[in-house]
Design a protein around this ligand. Structure first.
Ligand code: SAM
Length: 219
């Protein structure tokens, strides 16, 4: 499908590079919105993007796929505010951005999604937190993997990518260890058709991207 390019002005937003997701201020559960007021058409399939940054990937996806509803979760509030402004400027009614720790209150949030529910999840270039003592800060923990399994519809998919091989291997291992998922591919091209900001910058420097795709099989 041909889509017009989004006219997103590049305005500098000063934000901290990283925040500690384990700090007390991020233990507040994600707010469950009134979906009927958020989306123009709440009864469409949902795509969740975890750690969506400034949301450019989701904004482009939303413009290209009006038949889907998109939900971005991002821990840094200024980025969410920026993403919301851009969505408003573009008049997109099929994308929503929530601020908070994706691992806190996610089950309640997904349980409240209107039908037909969650059909796709992407976790793209999550913060690597290299030091061993910081690994608990990584987004893809075992609990998050099982919460997603509990709410992903049969046939739904999870797409993972990172520029840090260790992180990509760890994420894939966590999905592999959960019997609800089947691996559809590793070392694959990006099946979304739209790259994230981090992906563009990684590829432009000629660096590798490590990807995998998972599915909750049809019952
Ligand atoms: C390296 S950036 C990648 C952004 C985007 N996905 C991309 O590929 O361009 C990782 C993002 O995840 C966010 N993040 C890290 N931990 C998070 C958490 N627990 N919940 C929600 N967002 C988180 C960070 O604030 C950051 O914006």
């Amino acid at each position: 499908m041909m889509t017009r390019p989004l006219l997103i002005a590049v305005m500098p937003v000063r934000v901290r590079q990283h925040v500690n997701p384990l700090s007390r201020r991020f233990q507040v559960p994600l707010r469950v919105p009134d979906w009927s007021r958020v989306y123009g058409r709440p009864g469409q399939r949902f795509h969740l993007d975890v750690g969506c940054g400034k949301g450019r990937f989701l904004l482009e996806m939303a413009a290209a796929h009006p038949e889907w509803n998109f939900l971005g979760i991002e821990i840094r509030l200024p980025l969410v505010e920026q993403a919301r402004r851009w969505a408003g400027d573009e008049g997109l009614t099929n994308v929503c951005f929530l601020a908070g720790h994706a691992g806190v209150g996610l089950g309640e949030l997904l349980a409240a999604l209107p039908e037909p529910g969650l059909y796709r999840v992407s976790i793209q270039f999550p913060d690597p937190w290299f030091k061993r003592k910081q690994q608990k800060r990584r987004v893809v923990q075992t609990e998050l993997v099982s919460i997603l399994a509990a709410h992903l519809q049969p046939g739904g998919q999870v797409f993972l990518q990172s520029d840090v091989q260790e992180v990509a291997v760890e994420m894939a291992a966590r999905f592999q260890a959960d019997s609800h998922y089947t691996c559809l591919g590793q070392g694959i091209e990006n099946p979304m058709g739209i790259p994230t900001e981090r992906e563009r910058s990684t590829l432009s420097r000629g660096l590798p991207v490590y990807r995998s795709l998972w599915a909750r099989p049809l019952d």
